[in-house]
Every structure is written in structure tokens, then in C-alpha cells.
Design a protein around this ligand. Structure first.
Ligand code: SF4
Length: 286
């Protein structure tokens, strides 16, 4: 792993994401090296010739001026890196930012594939409306290990339970859904009692990783070649409509709200999780 420390002009960036006001990326690059990483385009903004996933820049930044100005603002960690990737154990840059923001009244939303976030549970729970999400797109540890270098699914679920038990809102982010591989219902069955929200997001293949994923499917699951060709070359939405119908039936049977493009922070903590269908927001809609 190539690792260097760099100085950023600032750490908070105005966000155009639908669910946050600012985003913060304490690292550039990500050692989790997911094959489908949507953030891999960031490589072109670095001086690194190495492959995405094999370098990480550790950021330092000037102290936040007037942290109280972020009161009631939602800050998302992180949009193009994992704030709890392994280097965070040593460098504690995410923790440093949380310490700067503590008491400001900012709301924080953390997305990770790690359980290192457990280290900061006491700090995170001091933020109003804090929430933490884990990406889980399979219960098959072999598939998981083929796709990322992050911790096991079981460790992610254990961390989710610990936060939920501590009264922090948790999200099971079922993303990216691999057609013919991801079993969303099986994942919800495991997570529904330890999360407040489930997000469903389809795999998109817009980035440079498109060839890598399609080659992997061809090598490991040639029986799915036709399905992937239909979805990603012919823009056939049938698979997603059928999955949408299946999820609608399943959530109705369990009495779970099935929503579209909402994140329902206003629901009671003890209420069963809402399931948000976030399909059809990318090339599949075109
Ligand atoms: S954890 Fe997120 S940012 Fe890191 S490689 Fe995977 S998808 Fe990319």
C-alpha cells in the first residue's frame, strides 16, 4: 500500500448529494479496493500511477473555523473513500474531524464497510441524529472477498447491532445489487431487527470498472452473461421491475414501509425499518 500524508485546503465540501449538506473525505483513495468502486474516478485527481485501491493519501487540514455554523447541517462521511478503512486505526483522521465537530450541533451520517467505527461509538452517539450505514450486498463471504478487501459481512452485521443496541440509527445499504447474485431478501432477514433503514441500490456499470465486472461475471458466472448483456448493453429494465415487485410483496408481508428515494429519519427509532428502493437513478433510466 502506497501511503502519503497530504495537506488539504479544507475538509468539508458543500454536497450536492440528496441527503447531506456537506461531505468530508479524510482520505483520498481507499484500501478496500472494491472492484465496482464508484469513486475510482478520483484517481485522476491524484498524482498516483498505481491502481485504485493500492494507494491512500492521508489528509491533514486547517482547524475548522466556527464549527457551530454547521449546527443542523448534515455532514456525510464519506462520499469517495471509506472513513474507517484500515489506515484510520493508525492516523485517526476521521476521529479527529468528529472531535472538531463534537458539540457543534452538526448531524453526521457515516458510511463504511468496516467495524473500526466501533472504536468511536461513544463519540458518534453524542451527535444529534447520528446514523451509520454498512454496505452489504451479499451474505456469501467468498463473493464478498472477491469484490472487496474490507471486513467480513459478519463483522459488519455485528457492528450494526452494536450501534443499534447503543441507540444510534443504522442503515443496511444493500449496494450494489448484482443481478442474479445479490439476495436482498436474505440480507434484510439478517438485518431487519438491527437497522432503522434499508436502502436498495442497483449495480451501475458507468465507470472504468465496467469491463472488470463483466469479465468477472463471464469467468465466474457465464450463465449470467445474457442477463448482464440485456441490462447493461440493451438497457432492459425487466430485472429491476421484477425485483421491485418482489420487494413490494415481501415488505408488504412483513409490514415494512416500501418507499422510493426517501430516508425517513423522522420514523420512531423502535419502528421496523423502512425499505427504500433507489433503483433506476442511473443509466438504467436513460
Ligand atoms: S469502500 Fe467505498 S470508497 Fe472504498 S473502494 Fe469500496 S466502494 Fe470505493
Amino acid at each position: 500500500m502506497i501511503c502519503s500524508v497530504i495537506t488539504a485546503k479544507s475538509i468539508l465540501t458543500k454536497s450536492n448529494l440528496p441527503v447531506s449538506d456537506y461531505s468530508a473525505n479524510p482520505y483520498t483513495g481507499c484500501a478496500h479496493a472494491c472492484k465496482y468502486c464508484y469513486a475510482s474516478f478520483m484517481k485522476r485527481f491524484t498524482n498516483h500511477p498505481e491502481d485504485w485501491g493500492s494507494f491512500v493519501d492521508v489528509k491533514t487540514w486547517p482547524p475548522l473555523k466556527h464549527p457551530e455554523k454547521y449546527a443542523d447541517k448534515e455532514i456525510f462521511l464519506s462520499s469517495v473513500t471509506d472513513p474507517y478503512q484500515p489506515l484510520e486505526a493508525e492516523y485517526k483522521r476521521t476521529r479527529a474531524l468528529l472531535e472538531e465537530l463534537q458539540g457543534s450541533g452538526a448531524r453526521i451520517s457515516i458510511a463504511t464497510k468496516s467495524d473500526l467505527v466501533l472504536r468511536d461509538i461513544d463519540l458518534i452517539r453524542t451527535f444529534p441524529g447520528a446514523r451509520v450505514s454498512w454496505s452489504i450486498n451479499t451474505l456469501d463471504e467468498d463473493f464478498r472477498a472477491e469484490m472487496d478487501n474490507a471486513v467480513s459481512i459478519e463483522r459488519r452485521l455485528s457492528a450494526m447491532k452494536a450501534f443499534h443496541d447503543a441507540g444510534v440509527r443504522t442503515t443496511c445499504f444493500i449496494s450494489p445489487i448484482f443481478p442474479g447474485i445479490t439476495d436482498a431478501i436474505a440480507i434484510i432477514e439478517r438485518a431487519k431487527d438491527i437497522c432503522n433503514l434499508v436502502w436498495l441500490e442497483n449495480l451501475n456499470l458507468r465507470g472504468d470498472y465496467r469491463k472488470c465486472i463483466l469479465d468477472w461475471i463471464h469467468e465466474k458466472h457465464p450463465e449470467l452473461d445474457g442477463l448482464y448483456h440485456a441490462i447493461y448493453s440493451q438497457h432492459d429494465r425487466t430485472y429491476w421491475y421484477e425485483l421491485d415487485g418482489m420487494m413490494r410483496d415481501y415488505t408488504a408481508k412483513l409490514g415494512l414501509p416500501y418507499l422510493r428515494n426517501e430516508d425517513s429519519m423522522t420514523r420512531e427509532f423502535s419502528a421496523p425499518p423502512a425499505v427504500v428502493n433507489y433503483f433506476f437513478h442511473d443509466e438504467i433510466t436513460r
